[in-house]
Design a protein around this ligand. Structure first.
Ligand SMILES: [Fe+2]
Ligand SMILES: [Fe+2]
Length: 190
């Protein structure tokens, strides 16, 4: 059933500290039966879009990694792990429905590599800013597909958990960017 999405409600329902959601064997199901063609088509399109976008996000983080022993590095490793979990979530759902990921998803890998490498070269501020930008886009994307696709209950729950994670990523990168700017301002002033 389609309904409006209130992002703050979704954010408050899930534990952001859980970066890899456990999956029990009974949760893996064959899901096609009893659904009409139009509904199946829109779920398929949405799962493929999510799967491709998660590939871009996880790859961006991979290519932004450095050997620095800093808090942004630690947070980035956690975010990468989280995006890998999201990618797996959408991949499993695609196969449960009898579909496969987008054949041209390699373009999204290339996009992630390009954004990740370019921002790493530009420096830590660009890396942090790109995190805020990318994750805000993800939240917008999640909200749109939560409101326009008639998900099955299990898939909706998974999409909402992942949406909450993306909101958490926005919060973390925003806080780290503010911290970085504060320290830089103090150095300039001092
Ligand atoms: Fe994600
Ligand atoms: Fe994210």
């Amino acid at each position: 059933m389609l309904r409006p999405v209130i992002l703050t409600d979704i954010r408050s329902r899930f534990d952001m500290a859980l970066i890899r959601t456990p999956v029990r064997i009974e949760q893996v199901q064959l899901r096609r039966r009893g659904m009409n063609r139009a509904r199946l088509q829109e779920i398929k399109k949405a799962l493929r879009r999510f799967h491709s976008f998660e590939l871009l996000a996880g790859t961006t983080y991979r290519f932004q990694m450095t050997k620095n022993e800093t808090e942004p590095e630690r947070v980035r490793i956690a975010a990468m792990c989280n995006e890998m979990t999201h990618l797996a979530d959408f991949q499993v759902k695609l196969y449960e429905y009898g579909w496969k990921p987008n054949k041209i998803r390699g373009i999204f890998w290339l996009g992630g590599m390009t954004i990740g490498t370019a921002t790493r070269i530009l420096g830590i501020r660009s890396v942090l800013k790109s995190g805020v930008w990318l994750e805000n886009r993800a939240v917008k994307h999640y909200k749109e597909l939560l409101e326009t696709v008639d998900w099955d209950d299990d898939s909706r729950e998974m999409v909402e958990k992942n949406c909450s994670d993306e909101m958490g990523h926005v919060e973390r990168w925003t806080a780290l960017l503010a911290e970085y700017d504060k320290v830089r301002h103090l150095k300039v002033a001092g």
